[in-house]
Design a protein around this ligand. Structure first.
Ligand code: GDP
Length: 446
């Protein structure tokens, strides 16, 4: 998934563009305290192409010299990104700050695009000319506040890139190609995610260090993570190691322990996500951000509440109450109270992982789904919509991981939300779907 960083002076419209690119995904925007002050991460999609956006605090250009002008976090965002949108303000014209940023970007060799914001009603031919001076190629005009030119911009930029081609990105960035194999990943892909210090590394080591685990010495790498294949009780798994627990020596030593981008990429790529929480601290906002990443991805999810060892009975009770209260909406995910340190509860965790995988990858015949639909509508008629009774004709499977069930019929799209939910719940119950969300789609007509 390509990563796009937004850089530019304050007030050029970075946050507005960020919100547009991640629209309807506001819940996803994570500001992880401490680690990423002044950096915001979000996920976006134009057409079928997903991407990750990083917003940066901005570079004022008031400071002396580029080193001071560029806040450290902006450098980091540029480094983390595959693509940089360098935003300027058409109304304000070129400033010294813009010149410094342009200079830095040109030297960095990053794939950077000059985005001229606030074009509003202006004639591009008349107002964009001066921005060529920045030496960043043709300015691409948008009006973020009016939602103009944004999809065209993203399509233009992402359309040029072969998707998922990490080497290509590296080459553009002037970096050396990584050890890179076409990953022939076996079995169930597991991503262990969570904020720092909840015990991810301890859990990963526990997974790989168990007596009955065979770890194959043929780990693959992507630019983001190491993929470790192993076998447990005859079942094949591949662990996506975002924490760098089993990092090979020749891969970047500067591996940070925790990276939101790696986490997002791992979630995208896994079959089942294990979200680790820390019973000692309870649930904090960063946990909810992580959870929203997983929910947005549609991946199967198992929750591990870690450090359950040595907790007092009343503390355990408090944590359980808190979890019931805050996660009451999260009905599909299994919860496990574990100790990664001692291995307690880890076996049960695997049962849930296996089950969630089966559900997320299951295949159902159209006639089976249609029969369930017929039974559901027979026992509960769809309510009348615009003076007509919807007729739901058949259902078929539109995809896996997460399972998509497509219901066809007249007025299908206009069914009230609670009826749609009733159908979803019925499919879930009859098909025994566990551990994964399901997506329902409704199509009008035959
Ligand atoms: P990560 O940042 O999520 O990878 O967290 P680590 O695995 O590095 O763990 C952070 C700290 O929590 C370390 O000091 C671990 O020893 C401790 N820890 C991890 N799991 C457990 C557990 O199950 N019980 C207890 N008591 N401590 C744990």
């Amino acid at each position: 998934v390509p990563v796009i960083a937004l850089v530019g002076r304050p007030n050029v419209g970075k946050s507005t563009l960020f919100n547009r690119l991640t629209k309807s995904r506001d819940a996803l925007v994570a500001e992880i305290a401490g680690l990423t002050r002044d950096r915001k991460y979000g996920e976006g999609k134009v057409g079928d192409v997903p991407f990750i956006v990083i917003d940066t605090g901005g570079i004022s250009g008031q400071e002396e010299g580029i080193d001071e002008a560029m806040a450290a976090q902006s450098f980091q965002a540029i480094k983390d990104a595959d693509i940089v949108f360098f935003m300027v303000d058409v109304g304000a014209g070129i400033t010294n700050g813009d010149r410094m940023i342009a200079e830095y970007l040109r030297r960095s060799g990053k794939d950077a695009y000059l985005v001229a914001n606030k074009i509003d009603g202006k004639n591009p031919d008349l107002v964009l000319g001066e921005f060529f001076e920045l030496g960043m190629g043709e300015p691409l005009p948008i009006a973020a506040a009016h939602n103009r030119g944004i999809s065209a911009l993203v399509e233009y930029v992402l359309g040029e890139l072969p998707q998922d081609d990490d080497d290509y990105f590296r080459e553009l960035a002037g970096e050396e190609a990584p050890v890179h194999e076409e990953l022939d990943v076996k079995g169930i892909k597991i991503a262990v995610v969570g904020r720092p210090n909840v015990g991810k590394s301890t859990l990963v080591n526990r997974f790989l260090g168990e007596d009955r685990v065979v770890v194959y010495d043929e780990a693959g790498t992507t630019r983001d993570s190491i993929y470790i294949p192993y076998e447990r009780h005859g079942q094949e798994y591949t662990l996506i190691d975002t924490a760098g627990v089993r990092r090979r020596k020749n891969i970047s030593e500067a591996a940070e322990k925790f990276s939101i981008i790696k986490t997002l990429q791992a979630i995208q790529d896994c079959h089942v996500c294990i979200l680790v929480l820390d019973a000692r601290t309870g649930i904090v906002e960063q946990d909810l951000h992580m959870l929203s990443f997983v929910l947005n991805s549609g991946r199967a999810l198992v929750i591990a509440i870690n450090k359950w060892d040595g907790m007092e009975a009343d503390a355990k009770e408090r944590v359980k109450t808190e979890i019931d209260r805050r996660f009451d909406f999260l009905t599909f995910a299994e919860m496990h109270f574990i100790s990664a340190l001692h291995g307690t509860g880890v076996g049960n965790l695997y049962d849930s992982v296996d089950q969630a995988y089966q559900s997320s990858m299951a295949k159902w015949q159209t006639n089976m789904l249609t029969r369930i639909l017929e039974d559901a509508t027979a026992s509960h008629q769809p309510p009348v919509v615009r003076n007509r009774r919807p007729k739901l004709r058949y259902a078929h499977q539109g995809g896996s991981n997460p399972p998509i069930i497509v219901v066809h019929g007249n007025l299908a799209k206009e069914l009230p939300e609670d009826y749609k939910r009733y159908l979803a719940n019925t499919f879930r119950r009859v098909l025994e779907i566990k551990g994964t969300p399901i997506r329902m789609e409704f199509r009008q007509g035959d």
